[in-house]
Structures are given as C-alpha cells and as structure tokens.
Design a protein around this ligand. Structure first.
Ligand code: FNR
Length: 363
C-alpha cells in the first residue's frame, strides 16, 4: 500500500506539472528597478547561514520520495544531482521505512551517493522520538524535517485525521534530537501563528512550503474513487503570502512551494527566506531528461541567481532583503487584511535612504 502510494504521488505530481494553472503569487511581487544599484559579479556570494547551518548556495532539493523500487531509483538520481551541484537534499517521508524496514535502501541511497552533502531526513508529526532518531541515523542526516500535512491527510483516501498529538510530539522530537529540526508544510503554507507556535516548541527553522506549486490535496483527490474532495484544490496560502506573514518572527524561514525559476527564488529571498527549495519542478526535469538535465537546471539557477543579485546590488542573498519590492493584486489584499504594511517593502533600500539624505527628503 505504502509503496503504491509513493508511486502514485510521483505520477500525479508529474501530471500536475504538465497541467499547471500558471497562477502563482510570486508574480505579484516585483523588484523596483534601480539602474545604478548594480555591483560587480565577482563580489557576489550565494552563501547563506541560519540556525547554525551553512550552505554554499540558498537552494535545496526538497522532500519527495523513497519507499518503493521506482522511488529508490529517483532518490539515487536526485542524490547524484545534489552531489554534482553541491545543493542540500531532503528525503521523502521515512514513515514507509518505519513501517517496512526492507525499503531502507531506497532512502539510504541519498547518503550513499552523496557522502559529503547536506542531507535532511523527513518524518511526519506523529513519529516517535525513537523513529526520528532512526531516520537521522539511516541517512546520517544533518537536519531533520518534520512535515505538516493536514489538507493532504484530509483528502487522502487512507489518511490519518488525528492531528491533536502533533504539537506535543514536535516539542518532544525537537528536544530529543541532536540535529536542527526544520518543520515544513507540503504545499499549503505556514501561517504566522503556526510559525510562532513552532518557535515556542523549540523548532529551529520553518519551511513555509506554500501554495503555488505541487498541490497535495489535488494529488490525494486524484487517488479517490469519487474524486469528491475537489473543493480542497488550492487550499492554503501562497509561499509569497507566507513569507510576508512571517516577517519578524524569531526563527529563520525557508521558502518552498511553487518556486518556478531563479527570479522566484530571488523574490523569496527578498521576502526574508534564508534559502529556497523546489520539488515538483526538479522531479519533472529529472524524469524528462535524467540526471544531466537536473544538474544543468540547478547549475543554471545558481548562475542566474548570481546574475540577479549582481543586477540588484545584493552581495549576499540576505542583502536582497534591502531591495525595494512592490506587492500587487491578491497578495496586497492579503497583506492589508493581515495588518502587513506593504509600503515599507517599497521603500527600504539603502540607496533610497542615501538619496533622501542627499535631497533632504523626509519620505
Ligand atoms: C512531496 N513533498 C513531500 N514533503 C514532505 O515533507 N514529505 C514527503 O514525503 C513529500 N513527498 C512528496 C512527493 C512528491 C512527488 C512531491 C512532488 C512533493 C512536498 C514537497 O517537499 C514540497 O513541500 C511541495 O511539493 C511544494 O514544493 P513544489 O513541488 O511546489 O516545489
């Protein structure tokens, strides 16, 4: 059952990649163009550091799979691409391994192919502390991801709808394991309230994984005989909305969910993300063109992100948070209703401050 579900997820996620609506709230975030803001490309670094973690670039392959023969092959290829490009990688949920240890190799391959890389083990919020430790050991993981997926479990034919234990369980795991704990959604987003709760539970990092890309309510509905949960398609907040919502929270935030290209990555970093993850899009590239295609895509993204930072005058990814941003459309309404001041995003660059000093403007 579990192995079949893993294969279904891959098939339906890829189907979604081919029929994507194209609606993505990253399109409602634009940079103010300052024609003299540019710097020299050699002065740009992609390095990012947060919660004691240091990555050479702010991009990672987010959680996907493992647990069946087919997904073991996918994990092997993802791991090779991660190794060749130096980006971090997460496993899919290790629940399949806890239920049936005979599929261990389909996950362990992530470490075997990528011995020196940054690998994250992924569990659900009902995992016991012992199982969380087993998952970390299996992958010799550098961090632990715990996923939150109420919309997925709700639409999943065989879903588990007991959510009340998640909060105490996350707190127990966060206190017990030796690696940083990252709590993530699976494409429906984390609200500010959720991120603040996670912070109080001792979670080190939140990955908002919002709406805009892979839609797990749609995937699970596609596995239902009657497909009677179509009303849950598109549930949740977009990744851009989540990043705006999480401004000023006390823990580092990562961005995933519907990141389509290097400009979306730059937008997410400018909205405060410490790094940006992608899943469905990378999987599609891998299945269409194999490891060389995925390596080429990641290499291009890193090159083009460097180019964007150069044009925008951002020596580091964190410097993008000083670039001026305009927030449009539905995202602007979201901000108005959630009490998020959009004007300050449009007027935050040091060049504007300097300009104000020069001209005596008090704006
Ligand atoms: C996922 N995702 C996921 N997340 C998680 O925490 N554990 C998991 O086991 C899985 N499994 C999984 C399978 C497949 C085939 C896909 C495409 C995705 C969710 C993933 O990590 C991410 O949060 C969402 O997919 C949103 O990102 P994208 O796909 O829009 O870039």
């Amino acid at each position: 059952m579990s192995a079949q579900r893993k294969d279904d997820h891959v098939r339906l996620a890829i189907e979604q990649q081919h029929t994507r609506s194209g609606i993505n709230e990253f399109d409602e975030v634009s940079f103010v163009h300052h024609a003299l803001a540019g710097i020299d490309r050699p002065d740009v670094s992609l390095a990012t550091a947060f919660a004691g973690i240091s990555w050479q670039a702010p991009l990672y392959i987010n959680a996907m799979t493992g647990g069946s023969v087919n997904t073991g092959v996918i994990n092997r290829d993802l791991a090779i691409a991660a190794r060749e490009t130096g980006v971090p990688i997460a496993s899919g949920s290790l629940n399949a391994y806890f239920k049936d240890p005979s599929c261990a190799d389909t996950f362990r391959v992530l470490r075997q192919e990528n011995p020196d890389g940054f690998v994250m083990a992924n569990v659900n919020a009902t995992a016991s502390v012992d199982n969380a430790r087993r998952g970390i050991d299996l992958l010799q993981a550098d961090a632990l991801q715990i996923h939150l997926n109420t919309a997925q479990e709700t639409a999943m034919p065989e879903g588990d709808r007991s959510f009340a234990s998640w909060v105490p369980q996350i707190e127990k795991i966060a206190a017990a394991v030796d690696v940083p704990v990252i709590v993530k959604e699976v494409g429906n987003g984390l609200s500010r309230e959720t991120v603040l709760t996670l912070q109080n539970l001792g979670v080190r990092v939140a990955d908002v994984s919002g709406r805009g890309g892979t839609d797990f309510a749609r995937i699970e509905n596609g596995r239902r005989e009657l497909a009677d949960y179509a009303f849950l398609h598109g549930w949740g907040q977009s990744t851009a909305a989540c990043l705006l919502d999480a401004q000023g929270v006390g823990i580092p935030v990562l961005a995933s969910g519907g990141v389509r290209n290097p400009l979306d990555a730059a937008r997410a970093l400018a909205l405060g993300a410490c790094a940006v993850g992608a899943s469905g899009g990378f999987l599609r590239t891998l299945l269409d063109g194999g490891v060389p295609a995925l390596v080429a895509q990641i290499t291009t993204w890193l090159d083009q992100l460097t180019a964007l930072q150069t044009m925008l005058g951002a020596r580091t990814p964190a410097d993008l948070t000083r670039c001026d941003l305009l927030i449009h459309g539905a995202l602007r309404s979201f901000c108005a209703d959630r009490g998020i001041e959009t004007r300050r995003f449009a007027q935050r660059s040091s060049s504007l401050e300097a300009l104000n000093e020069m001209t005596g403007s008090t704006r």
